[in-house]
Design a protein around this ligand. Structure first.
Ligand code: 7TS
Length: 417
């Protein structure tokens, strides 16, 4: 037997056929064809391990948390808090206190907008984002700007769908109060150099919020290595339940931030004269949270960790390379987003065929993709198109599915040529 290849050891391989067995939904047929699910950027499917964790919670120990003396409440509280620990280790956050559970990535970004930025924002101040952001990293800032007279400043993107560090640097001024940047673009697939952006912003004492919604399912994320002050993501794109998200925030910053919602579970004491707020993370978790959802997220974190994010990353890189090769050979197809560094998202348009027509024809073949603006309308404006068709990969997709995608796109081309 030959010695194991050190490279193989460094990036373990994903056994896709075995992994697919964990996802019951993938076994079905759509319009009489095997389902080819390529809409993972919108939301990913759930493995049996996550479904079971949620079911077990409801079946065996469900109760409200942080308040019961009784056994079920203590068990549910322990499971909920255990999930916080799992997420902290998953992101390599220094402390579990830096993990706040929210309703999703969108709510995590809004939390930063209302509790961190708003109290620090004056007329004439600036908020810096990129031109490829998802609406959830644009609109909260616009609302604050409207309210305060602050200004939204936007870093442009190139024809390939990249931003330049010089453009970031030149747009950070004395008045910049935060930089909001996505790590992986949902519309273009671009991987942004967030570590370098943080370094540039920190040199000017500006905090950085990283939107990790598309990154967390696709690559190992280390918030300390990135240096992010805030990092947001959604459970449902990480093979976990919907209705749950995470905000990582540096504890020294969280401690300075006022709550953004008031209610139960976020206070130390309440009287009509005075309310004392709890320490983070409880300060930012008013009301009963999505208990089973958070526990399911913990199971999703266990699931992807056991597979190894490096293996998932390598697998999706292979699918993206193969899909790019096959799809670019089809006459009349134009790929939108050709950055040198890309993760598992392939957006494209076709001569004559509208993205919605593409989506409909592919659906008839059982191939699920998304057509539309992907909640990134400024990206569509930048490229002068109304929408794109987008295949976004997940850990369970295969090369055969990529071939089915390409074959189906060829059908579109034949119909519209
Ligand atoms: N940020 C990015 C980069 C995203 O891709 C999305 C969702 C969000 C934030 C918002 O996440 P939510 O869970 O709070 O809604 N993106 C997509 C998509 O690409 N297609 O559907 C949703």
């Amino acid at each position: 037997m030959s010695a194991p290849d050190p490279l193989l050891r460094a990036a373990p391989r994903l056994d896709v056929e075995r992994v697919r067995e964990d996802f019951p939904i993938l076994r079905q047929q759509v319009h009489g064809k095997p389902l080819v699910y390529l809409d993972n950027g919108a939301s990913a499917q759930k493995p049996q391990q996550v479904i079971e964790a949620v079911t077990r919670c409801y079946r065996e120990y469900y109760s409200n948390i942080h308040r019961g003396i009784h056994m079920l409440s203590q068990t549910a509280t322990a499971a909920f808090e255990e999930a916080r620990g799992k997420v902290a280790r998953f992101l390599n956050a220094p402390s579990e206190k830096e993990i706040i559970f929210t309703r999703g990535c969108t709510e995590a970004i809004n939390l930063v907008a209302y509790s961190y930025v708003r109290p620090r924002l004056r007329a004439g101040d600036e908020i810096l984002i990129s031109a490829m952001e998802h609406h959830s990293n644009i609109v909260p800032w616009q609302i604050l700007c409207e309210e305060t007279g602050a200004k939204l400043v936007v870093v442009p993107i190139s024809d390939a769908g990249e931003i330049s560090l010089e453009d970031v640097e030149s747009r950070i001024t004395e008045r910049t109060r935060i930089v909001g940047i996505m790590q992986v673009s949902n519309a273009l697939g671009t991987i942004n150099p967030v570590r370098e952006i943080v370094r540039i912003a920190h040199a000017r004492s500006v905090a950085v919020l990283v939107d990790g919604a598309q990154a967390v399912p696709r690559m190992a994320v280390d918030v300390q290595d990135i240096g992010a002050d805030f990092y947001a993501f959604s459970s449902h794109k990480l093979y976990g339940p919907t209705g749950v998200g995470v905000l990582y925030g540096r504890l020294d910053l969280l401690k300075t931030m006022p709550p953004w919602q008031g209610g139960g579970d976020m206070i130390r004491s309440v009287s009509f004269e005075r309310t004392e707020f709890a320490e983070p993370p409880a300060r930012f978790e008013a009301g009963t949270p999505n208990i089973a959802g958070v526990i399911g997220l913990g199971a999703a974190v266990d699931y992807v960790t056991a597979l190894d994010l490096r293996a998932i990353e390598a697998h999706e890189a292979d699918l993206l390379r193969y899909a790019t090769e096959l799809v670019s050979e089809i006459p009349g197809v134009r790929i939108i987003g050709t950055a040198a560094e890309k993760a598992g998202v392939l957006s494209f348009v076709m001569e004559d065929a509208h993205p919605h027509d593409i989506g409909t024809i592919l659906d008839a073949d059982g191939v699920a993709i998304r057509s539309g603006h992907h909640c990134a309308q400024p990206v569509m404006q930048r490229f002068g198109i109304p929408a794109t068709a987008r295949a976004s990969f997940g850990l369970y997709n295969t090369r055969v599915e990529v071939e089915q995608l390409a074959a189906s796109i060829r059908k579109v081309r034949d119909l519209f040529a």
